[in-house]
Design a protein around this ligand. Structure first.
Ligand code: FE2
Length: 221
Protein backbone atom coordinates (compact mmCIF):
# COMPACT_ATOMS: atom_id res chain seq x y z
CA UNK A 1 0.00 0.00 0.00
CA UNK A 2 2.81 2.36 1.01
CA UNK A 3 4.70 1.51 -2.15
CA UNK A 4 1.67 2.33 -4.26
CA UNK A 5 1.41 5.70 -2.58
CA UNK A 6 5.03 6.47 -3.40
CA UNK A 7 4.57 5.44 -6.99
CA UNK A 8 1.50 7.60 -7.22
CA UNK A 9 3.22 10.58 -5.63
CA UNK A 10 6.32 10.51 -7.82
CA UNK A 11 4.61 9.41 -10.95
CA UNK A 12 7.23 6.68 -11.49
CA UNK A 13 8.37 3.57 -9.67
CA UNK A 14 11.10 3.85 -7.06
CA UNK A 15 13.69 1.10 -6.56
CA UNK A 16 14.22 0.61 -2.86
CA UNK A 17 17.51 -1.28 -2.82
CA UNK A 18 19.34 1.10 -5.14
CA UNK A 19 20.09 4.79 -4.77
CA UNK A 20 17.15 6.68 -6.20
CA UNK A 21 17.32 8.57 -9.47
CA UNK A 22 18.04 11.89 -7.84
CA UNK A 23 21.21 10.51 -6.22
CA UNK A 24 22.56 8.25 -8.93
CA UNK A 25 22.59 10.66 -11.84
CA UNK A 26 25.53 11.03 -14.19
CA UNK A 27 26.00 14.60 -12.99
CA UNK A 28 26.11 13.62 -9.31
CA UNK A 29 28.63 10.86 -10.01
CA UNK A 30 30.73 13.36 -11.95
CA UNK A 31 30.54 16.06 -9.26
CA UNK A 32 30.52 14.06 -6.04
CA UNK A 33 32.02 10.58 -6.45
CA UNK A 34 34.71 11.03 -9.11
CA UNK A 35 36.65 13.74 -7.22
CA UNK A 36 37.26 11.31 -4.34
CA UNK A 37 38.53 8.60 -6.71
CA UNK A 38 40.72 11.15 -8.51
CA UNK A 39 42.13 12.41 -5.19
CA UNK A 40 42.95 8.84 -4.14
CA UNK A 41 44.64 8.17 -7.49
CA UNK A 42 46.71 11.37 -7.28
CA UNK A 43 47.62 10.65 -3.67
CA UNK A 44 48.86 7.13 -4.46
CA UNK A 45 50.78 8.47 -7.43
CA UNK A 46 52.59 11.01 -5.25
CA UNK A 47 53.29 8.48 -2.47
CA UNK A 48 54.75 6.00 -4.97
CA UNK A 49 57.31 8.68 -5.94
CA UNK A 50 58.17 9.40 -2.30
CA UNK A 51 58.55 5.72 -1.38
CA UNK A 52 60.79 5.09 -4.37
CA UNK A 53 63.18 7.79 -3.09
CA UNK A 54 63.01 6.36 0.43
CA UNK A 55 64.21 2.94 -0.80
CA UNK A 56 67.52 4.65 -1.54
CA UNK A 57 67.47 6.82 1.62
CA UNK A 58 67.09 3.75 3.88
CA UNK A 59 69.87 1.65 2.35
CA UNK A 60 71.77 1.59 5.70
CA UNK A 61 68.76 -0.08 7.37
CA UNK A 62 67.98 -3.21 5.34
CA UNK A 63 64.87 -4.27 7.27
CA UNK A 64 63.27 -0.83 6.97
CA UNK A 65 64.26 -0.74 3.33
CA UNK A 66 62.57 -4.10 2.76
CA UNK A 67 59.36 -2.85 4.39
CA UNK A 68 59.38 0.34 2.35
CA UNK A 69 60.03 -1.60 -0.84
CA UNK A 70 57.09 -3.86 0.00
CA UNK A 71 54.82 -0.86 0.56
CA UNK A 72 56.10 0.73 -2.66
CA UNK A 73 54.92 -2.38 -4.54
CA UNK A 74 51.58 -2.24 -2.71
CA UNK A 75 51.25 1.47 -3.52
CA UNK A 76 51.67 0.86 -7.25
CA UNK A 77 48.87 -1.71 -6.92
CA UNK A 78 46.73 0.86 -5.04
CA UNK A 79 47.25 3.36 -7.84
CA UNK A 80 46.30 0.76 -10.47
CA UNK A 81 43.10 -0.08 -8.60
CA UNK A 82 42.07 3.58 -8.51
CA UNK A 83 42.96 3.91 -12.18
CA UNK A 84 40.61 1.03 -12.99
CA UNK A 85 37.81 2.67 -10.99
CA UNK A 86 38.26 5.87 -13.02
CA UNK A 87 38.37 3.95 -16.30
CA UNK A 88 35.03 2.35 -15.41
CA UNK A 89 33.61 5.88 -15.79
CA UNK A 90 35.60 6.56 -18.95
CA UNK A 91 38.06 8.85 -17.16
CA UNK A 92 41.72 9.09 -18.14
CA UNK A 93 43.87 9.37 -14.98
CA UNK A 94 46.82 10.89 -16.85
CA UNK A 95 45.07 14.29 -16.79
CA UNK A 96 44.98 14.51 -12.98
CA UNK A 97 48.47 13.51 -11.89
CA UNK A 98 49.34 16.95 -10.47
CA UNK A 99 46.64 16.99 -7.82
CA UNK A 100 48.68 14.85 -5.47
CA UNK A 101 51.62 17.22 -5.31
CA UNK A 102 49.60 19.99 -3.68
CA UNK A 103 47.89 17.60 -1.32
CA UNK A 104 51.14 16.03 -0.16
CA UNK A 105 52.91 19.38 -0.29
CA UNK A 106 50.71 20.54 2.55
CA UNK A 107 51.82 17.61 4.66
CA UNK A 108 55.46 18.16 3.82
CA UNK A 109 55.13 21.84 4.71
CA UNK A 110 53.87 20.96 8.16
CA UNK A 111 56.86 18.71 8.69
CA UNK A 112 59.74 21.17 8.68
CA UNK A 113 62.39 20.67 11.33
CA UNK A 114 64.25 17.40 10.91
CA UNK A 115 66.45 16.74 7.90
CA UNK A 116 64.70 14.58 5.30
CA UNK A 117 67.40 11.93 5.11
CA UNK A 118 67.06 10.90 8.73
CA UNK A 119 65.36 7.58 9.42
CA UNK A 120 63.33 9.10 12.26
CA UNK A 121 61.89 11.74 9.94
CA UNK A 122 61.10 9.20 7.24
CA UNK A 123 59.24 7.08 9.79
CA UNK A 124 57.32 10.10 11.11
CA UNK A 125 56.35 11.42 7.66
CA UNK A 126 55.28 7.98 6.49
CA UNK A 127 53.11 7.53 9.58
CA UNK A 128 51.38 10.86 8.84
CA UNK A 129 50.96 9.87 5.20
CA UNK A 130 49.34 6.54 6.08
CA UNK A 131 46.76 8.38 8.16
CA UNK A 132 46.05 10.81 5.34
CA UNK A 133 45.38 7.76 3.18
CA UNK A 134 43.17 6.11 5.80
CA UNK A 135 41.07 9.29 6.04
CA UNK A 136 40.87 9.60 2.24
CA UNK A 137 39.76 5.98 1.82
CA UNK A 138 37.18 6.29 4.60
CA UNK A 139 35.65 9.24 2.72
CA UNK A 140 35.87 7.39 -0.59
CA UNK A 141 34.30 4.18 0.76
CA UNK A 142 31.44 6.13 2.32
CA UNK A 143 30.84 8.07 -0.90
CA UNK A 144 31.07 4.94 -3.07
CA UNK A 145 28.51 3.28 -0.79
CA UNK A 146 26.12 6.21 -1.37
CA UNK A 147 26.43 5.57 -5.11
CA UNK A 148 26.49 1.77 -4.70
CA UNK A 149 29.73 1.54 -6.70
CA UNK A 150 30.85 -1.95 -5.72
CA UNK A 151 34.12 -1.88 -7.66
CA UNK A 152 35.27 1.29 -5.91
CA UNK A 153 34.14 0.07 -2.49
CA UNK A 154 36.16 -3.14 -2.84
CA UNK A 155 39.21 -1.42 -4.34
CA UNK A 156 39.30 1.22 -1.61
CA UNK A 157 38.86 -1.38 1.13
CA UNK A 158 41.72 -3.46 -0.27
CA UNK A 159 43.96 -0.37 -0.37
CA UNK A 160 42.98 0.77 3.11
CA UNK A 161 43.79 -2.66 4.57
CA UNK A 162 47.43 -2.18 3.47
CA UNK A 163 47.53 1.38 4.90
CA UNK A 164 46.26 0.22 8.29
CA UNK A 165 48.87 -2.53 8.38
CA UNK A 166 51.61 -0.08 7.40
CA UNK A 167 50.70 2.60 9.96
CA UNK A 168 50.71 -0.08 12.67
CA UNK A 169 54.16 -1.31 11.63
CA UNK A 170 55.46 2.27 11.59
CA UNK A 171 54.27 3.23 15.07
CA UNK A 172 55.54 -0.07 16.51
CA UNK A 173 58.95 0.69 15.03
CA UNK A 174 59.03 4.44 15.75
CA UNK A 175 61.18 4.15 18.92
CA UNK A 176 63.58 1.89 17.04
CA UNK A 177 63.84 4.41 14.19
CA UNK A 178 64.72 7.11 16.72
CA UNK A 179 67.34 4.96 18.45
CA UNK A 180 68.95 3.82 15.18
CA UNK A 181 69.12 7.43 13.97
CA UNK A 182 71.01 8.60 17.06
CA UNK A 183 73.23 5.50 17.17
CA UNK A 184 74.30 6.25 13.62
CA UNK A 185 75.28 9.73 14.81
CA UNK A 186 77.46 8.23 17.56
CA UNK A 187 75.25 8.68 20.61
CA UNK A 188 75.30 6.10 23.40
CA UNK A 189 71.79 4.86 24.14
CA UNK A 190 71.02 3.64 27.70
CA UNK A 191 70.04 -0.03 27.87
CA UNK A 192 66.50 0.63 29.14
CA UNK A 193 65.91 2.94 26.17
CA UNK A 194 67.42 0.40 23.77
CA UNK A 195 64.87 -2.10 25.09
CA UNK A 196 62.08 0.09 23.67
CA UNK A 197 63.19 -0.94 20.19
CA UNK A 198 62.11 -4.51 20.95
CA UNK A 199 59.10 -3.59 23.06
CA UNK A 200 57.69 -0.04 22.82
CA UNK A 201 54.75 -0.88 25.13
CA UNK A 202 56.03 1.31 28.02
CA UNK A 203 55.63 4.38 25.80
CA UNK A 204 52.15 3.51 24.53
CA UNK A 205 50.85 2.19 27.85
CA UNK A 206 51.92 5.38 29.65
CA UNK A 207 49.56 7.42 27.47
CA UNK A 208 46.86 4.77 26.93
CA UNK A 209 47.56 4.67 23.21
CA UNK A 210 46.11 1.58 21.59
CA UNK A 211 48.03 1.09 18.35
CA UNK A 212 46.94 -2.50 17.87
CA UNK A 213 50.28 -3.60 19.20
CA UNK A 214 50.46 -7.38 19.26
CA UNK A 215 53.52 -7.95 21.42
CA UNK A 216 57.14 -7.62 20.33
CA UNK A 217 58.07 -5.55 17.31
CA UNK A 218 57.58 -8.25 14.70
CA UNK A 219 60.59 -7.43 12.56
CA UNK A 220 63.71 -5.54 13.47
CA UNK A 221 64.86 -2.55 11.46
FE1 FE2 B 1 48.25 3.39 -0.54
Amino acid sequence: LRREQEVGKNGNERRHNMPDNQTNTKQNIQDKLLPYIQDAYAMENQIAETLEKQIDQTKDFPNVQAKIRQHFEQTKQHRARMENCLKAYGKDPSTIKDLGSSLMGNVAGAMAGIRPDKLSRIARDDYVTEHLEIAAYTLLITTARIFNDQQTIQAAEANMRDEVEMQRWLIEHMPEACILTFQKEGLTIPQDVQNLAQNPDPIFNAVNLNVGYTGGASTQM
